[in-house]
Design a protein around this ligand. Structure first.
Ligand SMILES: NC(=O)c1ccc[n+]([C@@H]2O[C@H](COP(=O)([O-])OP(=O)(O)OC[C@H]3O[C@@H](n4cnc5c(N)ncnc54)[C@H](O)[C@@H]3O)[C@@H](O)[C@H]2O)c1
Length: 257
């Protein structure tokens, strides 16, 4: 493991049991961090921690429901025992579909709770700890759908747009404390969540290839590409970037047709 600015600090990753969050935990551990996988999915959370440790890294799974303040309080208490908490990535999320007419109130609330309010709740409890440890970095995972839209994703796109505004606000509030807050807006990234979405449109591999061709780069992205962007935003080479939405989308959001 590399000896770096993140070495032996605690890096908490919500949604760390799968997809983008899992890749962030892996990259953080590769740089020498103590990666904390905060997720409701115990099987994949434990498996991820074991795989990171098997590769020589440090990782812990802490069962966490990011919609529950009590559960986040437990995350904070357990993570503090591991060392100095300095980094947070909020990646827990889910995908819902619907228009303003077809989205049920339950789906709206669930989407807002998991994709938006969770980032408020987790940050609320972790910012004091990061400040106490001399500052650090927070990255929220938004989406290109927070800026540009497709049809039938009303609640998801609304939540992701709000994450961008929350990031700007948090960035301003905490910059002088040395807590650097930004978010990333990925295009299509090959994860279980995207594969679930692709399955709604036809055979998964065919749909993923089609979606990849919509990206100017000619393919969908990898979770590792987003994880490496998180590490850049957490790290010392990006400290003048404050409250920004960094688009990592293979060019998808820039095309007109
Ligand atoms: N995959 C993409 O194409 C894509 C694109 C843009 C943005 N995103 C965003 O990236 C983030 C990660 O998505 P992914 O594709 O890796 O999805 P994923 O489904 O692979 O992983 C999401 C993780 O969040 C966890 N989670 C869900 N609800 C939770 C809760 N209440 N408490 C704790 N953990 C919970 C799940 O158990 C899962 O491990 C999401 O916020 C998603 O909206 C994904």
């Amino acid at each position: 493991m590399e000896n770096s600015w993140i070495a032996n600090t605690v890096a908490i990753v919500t949604g760390g049991a799968s997809g983008i969050g899992q890749a962030i935990a892996v990259q953080a551990a590769k740089k020498g961090a103590i990666a904390v996988i905060a997720d409701i999915d115990e099987d994949n959370g434990l498996k991820t921690a074991v795989e990171i440790e098997a590769a020589g890294g440090k990782a812990h799974y802490i069962h966490t429901d990011v919609t529950s303040p009590e559960s986040i309080l437990n995350l904070l208490a357990e993570a503090k025992k591991l060392g100095a908490i300095k980094f947070l990535a909020n990646s827990a999320g889910l995908q819902t579909y619907g228009t303003v007419e077809s989205t049920s109130e339950d789906d709206w609330d669930r989407t807002m709770n998991v994709n938006l309010k969770s980032m408020f709740l987790v940050s609320k409890q972790l910012v004091p700890a990061i400040r106490h440890n001399g500052g650090g970095g927070i990255v929220h995972i938004s989406s290109i759908q927070g800026m540009r839209c497709q049809k039938n994703v009303l609640a998801y796109a609304t939540a992701k747009g709000a994450v961008i505004s929350m990031t700007r606000s948090m960035g301003l509030d905490h910059a002088a404390e040395g807590i650097y807050v930004n978010c990333i807006c990925p295009g299509s990234i090959d994860t279980p969540l995207l594969r679930y979405g692709a399955g709604q449109h036809g055979p998964v591999e065919e749909v993923l290839e089609k979606w990849g061709n919509h990206h100017p780069i000619g393919r969908i992205g990898t979770a590792e590409e987003i994880a490496k962007t998180v590490l850049f935003l957490w790290g010392p080479n990006s400290n003048f970037i404050i409250g920004q939405a960094i688009v990592a989308d293979g060019g998808l959001g820039s095309i007109i047709l």
